[in-house]
Ligand binder design. Sequence first.
Ligand code: GLC
Length: 609
Amino acid sequence: MSPSFRSLRDLMEVTEEAAAVPPPSPTPSSGDSEKELEASSGKEVELADSLIHLQQKEERTTPIEEQLLETLKKEIESTEKLEKPKKMVRVQSYEEIVDNASVAHIPLKSYASVGTSFEKFELNSIYSAIKLNNAENTAMMEEAWETLQKSYVYYKGRPVGTLAAMDPTAEALNYNQVFVRDFVPSGLACLMRPASAGGDPEIVKNFLLKTLHLQGWEKRIDNFTLGEGVMPASFKVLYDSHRQKETLVADFGGSAIGRVAPVDSGFWWIILLRSYTKCTHDYTLSEMPEVQKGMKLILNLCLSDGFDTFPTLLCADGCSMIDRRMGIYGYPIEIQALFYFALRCSRQMLKPERDGKELIKRIDKRITALSYHIQNYYWLDFTQLNNIYRYKTEEYSHTAVNKFNVIPESIPDWVFDFMPLRGGYLIGNVSPARMDFRWFLVGNCIAILSSLVTPAQATAIMDLIEERWEDLIGEMPLKIVYPALEGHDWRTVTGFDPKNTRWSYHNGGTWPALIWLLTAACIKTGRPQIAKRAIELMEQRLSKDGWPEYYDGKAGRYVGKQARKYQTWSISGYLVAKLMIENPANLLIISLEEDKRISKPKFTRSISF
Ligand code: GLC
């Protein structure tokens, strides 16, 4: 039986031990030599052959893991800074390898964390995946690409972003704008798609430059001016027929419901800039003085000294994807994870010239403090829950165990049932006397992608997703938050919000757009089968339902009450997930390896480790 790989690093160690079979050689190609290209395609067949040989003899790894192994080995070996590579490595797709293999030989991986029922499911899902109606899937992909292209927004003849939705039956409101966060999966899809198939990094570059230009505007809400670095939530192109000119109109929160500025936009901008650079190797963009300045302005907003006693970022409710009142004020995990991700991305791109050096020092300090804080105080698993349950309160001075004076009676009943023996997650929020125990998907996946959590914690998050599949995935991926607020909690926390009723929209609703984040996290932790299973569920309905923005209900069975159809990030999120499953090397465009300079806290507490 093949061992269970807890992480890619484990996978690498195990595979390195399996030296009985010579490791498959990577397929380097300089990209400019046709000869080398030919030679490398020949080697791919060899690689596939040796991989299959390895599986048959050793049954140690799946082809997808082997590819990642090779690719990530390279990634880990490379230095922290985004180095200009001398050679490009082409990693063949999973499909290519499978084409060379007899389907019956695909080894099945069992996970230590799952019981027999899941293993049975794995068997069924893999065989049904093999039998999947490929034609139908191809048609779905084609429809997705076509619709994505139709959503392009042009400014002075150039594509600069994608519309949030193109639902002809619903009032546009602000869905006819380019949202920064919504554009991320669209941009990634354009980056990951091979150039021969229509990949288009140009739109990403234009988007990054246009939004940078908007950052330079003076941002005023009533009589108050926002910080210089704030990035818009969204923008649109207006045609001034009088002046016969196109103009851009941006929203920095001034028109948003609740008038909250989007804290996530600037972070996503930095993350996408790093993805663009990583994918295209075009360093001229990130090195432009105005781009360097844009990064610094965003970071200065978050790194300024103040009254904070925590390294986390204090936020107002509704400042991210969940842009309505939902009790995420304080130190929400989504923002903390994005903050960490953006800090690490900018660390790779900032030039140490002039004030750069000083800023880099501050970034390093914050990265260390933030990861310590999150890994320690946001982490919840069975053992830690039991610790909190037995906490003493009113402890004074630095020797306190219960540092934030959390009263155990405030632990909601549902957590005790929800918490499996195996697995764990980062909770939603930590502040004085307050732990928000809700599960938030974005924060947890971003924490995996940015290596904010340790590899052991990343594995435990995946264990939790498997163990609580019905709750977190159900019939359609993916729950944005679990559980929903109901009754009195809903009234007091959301302020009677009729759009965020229980199991709807941001309050326990299901968001297909998030599939790319789950898929990336699954591949990174060496568990692609989890993503495949979720994608299969999605493929049964998403296109037939008209690519809705969200689904309602505990199992995510119903198309959301006010959901837009042809929601762009539902489309591009699906495309990015498929592009990563087909070619796991695409993960590297959006993922960061562990920062080895950060000293790790010693975890002894959980059986999931
Ligand atoms: C809604 C969502 C927000 C998204 C926007 C555009 O406001 O809450 O996350 O960015 O729609 O799709």
